[in-house]
Design a protein around this ligand. Structure first.
Ligand code: GLA
Length: 360
């Protein structure tokens, strides 16, 4: 049901504003964003939609099709619910428009949660789009992405990079969004002509993702301090021997090699070379499994099954520790490959397929 329908049936009036934002699939470049490196995500068709109405007090009265009804004050402390994101968005809008007060809000989502497809960035961008319009503010999509990231840092407790919010705010369906996370320069590249990215959920939700995510970020920072570089973006594989701690060395190896893979993969995408792109996806997965240690048995099983069933490439996508895998397949083979993987991995399920738009 649309968020405006939910709003009408819950609040018995029409919403004032409605906006939405898409989730994202990362094709390659994992955990590189907070190391000021490169990423290559794309939008997925699934999205989050938000409808709001103004209130004269400082209350937030919310209803979500996935998480039910909640109520709080705009200035209440974070409590691990979806209203933390709403309070965060209101807080940042209030910095630009102090007349902003409480809201009635309905949220509808077609996205699976805890999948590594960034439903939280989609919620942040949908909220910011709606509240900015409500307050008559013009906030650029780049600024919006940065505010979304701050909501995540200050209100949700994940020290995330900028990838999810940037692609959710700026991406186009059917195109990959190459992003340099150091200077936020970006480039859109159409998806392959005859190949698509198939997204399969491994069946287990992401476990410990927030604490392990922040731990990986700290390990990356430690590595950059040892190498005396501003971020691992500026380190090269030849530097690795300067890191004595084997764990920190492995973490740095993943980031440095992954940055290199994103640059190469982007040019393979531009040249419509799906075979070479796919090989990099497998290498990326192995690096995340063995060096960054963010995979899970279920994700490894999907990647192995994909390889056995003639996929050109496969890897976990997103923060890791559960969630989705992305598989590169020739368009003619998608259905048979999907069928084989889902029968070999009975707990897994298909989420979406990202292809080039027919007219691009
Ligand atoms: C999460 C974060 C992103 C990024 C990915 C891993 O989605 O929000 O910033 O770090 O994990 O690539």
């Amino acid at each position: 049901m649309s968020s405006s329908k939910i709003f009408q049936s819950y609040f018995h009036k029409d919403p004032t504003m409605t906006s939405s934002a898409h989730g994202r699939l990362n094709l390659i470049g994992e955990h590189t964003d907070y190391n000021n490196g490169f990423v290559l995500p794309s939008l997925i068709p699934q999205s989050i939609e938000v409808s709001i109405g103004v209130r004269e007090d400082d209350d937030i009265v919310g209803i979500s099709d996935k998480f039910g009804a909640l109520r709080s004050k705009t200035f209440s402390s974070n409590n691990g619910t979806w209203l933390d994101f709403v309070r965060g968005a209101i807080y940042f809008i209030q910095q630009l428009s102090p007349s902003m007060r409480g809201i009635d809000i309905a949220v509808s989502s077609t996205m699976p949660n805890d999948s590594g497809l960034s439903s939280s960035a989609a919620l942040e961008i949908a909220l910011l789009r709606t509240l900015a319009r409500l307050q008559g503010l013009s906030i650029s999509s780049y600024e919006m992405a940065k505010i979304g990231q701050q909501i995540e840092h200050q209100f949700a407790g994940t020290q995330c990079g900028i990838m999810d919010q940037m692609v959710s705010a700026n991406g186009q369906l059917g195109e990959a969004f190459f992003l340099d996370c150091e200077n936020l320069q970006s480039k859109s590249i159409p998806i392959f002509l005859n190949h698509s990215f198939v997204v399969i959920h491994c069946g287990s939700k992401r476990k410990l993702s927030q604490s392990k995510y922040n731990e990986r970020k700290n390990e990356s920072i430690t590595a950059s301090h040892i190498l005396n570089v501003p971020s691992l973006r500026h380190a090269s594989i030849n530097h690795l021997s300067q890191i004595q701690d084997p764990i920190i060395q492995k973490r740095a190896k993943h980031i440095i090699s992954e940055n290199d893979r994103v640059i190469k993969a982007s040019s393979y995408l531009e040249n419509n070379d799906a075979k070479s792109f796919g090989e990099l996806m497998f290498l990326s997965h192995h690096s995340m499994r063995d060096d960054y240690e963010i995979s899970s048995d279920e994700l490894n099983q999907i990647v192995e099954s994909a390889q056995k069933n003639d996929a050109l490439g496969a890897r976990l996508t997103g923060a890791g520790f559960g969630g989705c895998a992305v598989i590169l397949s020739h368009n003619d083979k998608i259905e048979s490959m999907k069928k084989s993987i889902l029968s070999e991995c009975p707990q897994a399920y298909w989420v979406t397929t990202i292809s080039r738009k027919l007219n691009s």
